[in-house]
Design a protein around this ligand. Structure first.
Ligand code: CP
Ligand code: NVA
Length: 303
């Protein structure tokens, strides 16, 4: 009998003990020397990466990570394949499952990811949808712990647009037991459904429209782009201007607080250069940790 594939779709649907195991695995893999090619765990395995949207970090970190673990990679941009041109996700899932051992999808609609996972007989990984970005959060938790120690019981503040990254932050706050203070304008608050989920899950998540209130005593301040790939620019930039992470904002956080941003950053919009390049910033470690966290995810999916 074949067992169900181990999908990595969202942080709320994976047991918190398993999420911690995946993260620990990523931290262990980070210590290994990638030039040592002995006993690699994913020799003979192939990852297919499907992109309906652009990517730098997700594409490179998954590709390099898979190769470091001994595996192979096939990259499928939407413009060069059939999946964006009439073939259903279900049929794409059935076909790719005959060729590869694991599939990563970056898409707009979470339903497409759900369809892929339902019909694939191999694990499926969420490489970002309009609703969530769980791989980013695994790297973010890893980065917090690298710099500030265990995240459980600590406080993370996010100021800006209540977007897909925020949704995964809410899931992470519950699963990794940290407090999350969100500062978002009324018109750009997170989806009410995710906030209801947080209440039902007993997560310590609060929302305010005051960035200084959110960052007060925070161990880490986070932001993300004001105009996500699925947004139109409209008047967001004007609405979000009071939510910019400035030196003043960082000085309101706890002494020793770090600044994180999953990138790409729009310097001068959501964050100023003095913070991106300043003593608080751990954004380059955070980008690097995408590699290590995703190696943990790949190895778990294929174990
Ligand atoms: N943070 C992130 O996912 O970056 P990319 O869009 O470059 O993959
Ligand atoms: N919120 C951003 C994240 C990019 C990695 C977007 O969806 O465009």
């Amino acid at each position: 009998m074949t067992s169900a594939p181990k999908h990595f779709i969202d942080l709320d649907v994976i047991d918190k003990v398993i999420l911690r195991e995946i993260l620990d695995l990523g931290v262990d893999l980070k210590k290994s020397d990638p030039s040592n090619r002995d006993n690699l765990p994913l020799v003979g395995k192939t990852l297919a990466m499907m992109f309906e949207k652009p990517s730098t970090r997700t594409r490179v970190s998954f590709e390099v990570g898979m190769r470091q673990l001994g595996g192979e990679v096939v990259v499928l941009p939407q413009s060069e394949t059939q999946f964006g041109h009439g073939e259903t996700m279900a049929d794409t899932a059935r076909v790719l499952s005959r060729f590869v051992d694991v599939i990563m999808l970056r898409t707009d609609d979470p339903q497409k990811l759900a369809d892929l996972a339902e019909y694939a007989t191999v694990p499926v990984i969420n490489g970002l949808t309009d609703q969530s970005h769980p791989c980013q959060l695994m790297a973010d938790v890893m980065t917090f712990e690298q710099h500030r120690g265990p995240i459980a019981g600590r406080t993370v503040a996010y100021t800006g647009d209540g977007n897909n990254v925020v949704n995964s932050f809410v899931h992470a706050a519950s699963q990794f037991d940290f407090s999350l203070r969100l500062a978002c304008p009324d018109s750009l608050r997170p989806d009410p459904a995710i906030l209801r989920w947080a209440v039902e899950a007993g997560a310590d998540v609060t929302v305010t429209d005051d960035p200084m209130e959110a960052v007060d005593q925070a161990d880490c301040v986070v932001t993300d782009t004001w105009v996500s790939m699925h947004n139109k620019e409209d008047d967001r930039v004007h609405t979000l201007t009071p939510y910019r992470v400035t030196v003043d904002v960082m000085r309101h956080a706890k002494k020793g607080a770090r600044f994180m941003h999953g990138l790409p950053a729009h310097r001068g919009d959501e964050v100023v250069d003095e913070v991106m390049d300043g003593p608080w910033s751990v954004v380059w470690d955070e980008a690097e940790n995408r590699l290590h966290a995703q190696k943990g995810i790949l190895q778990w999916c294929l174990s």
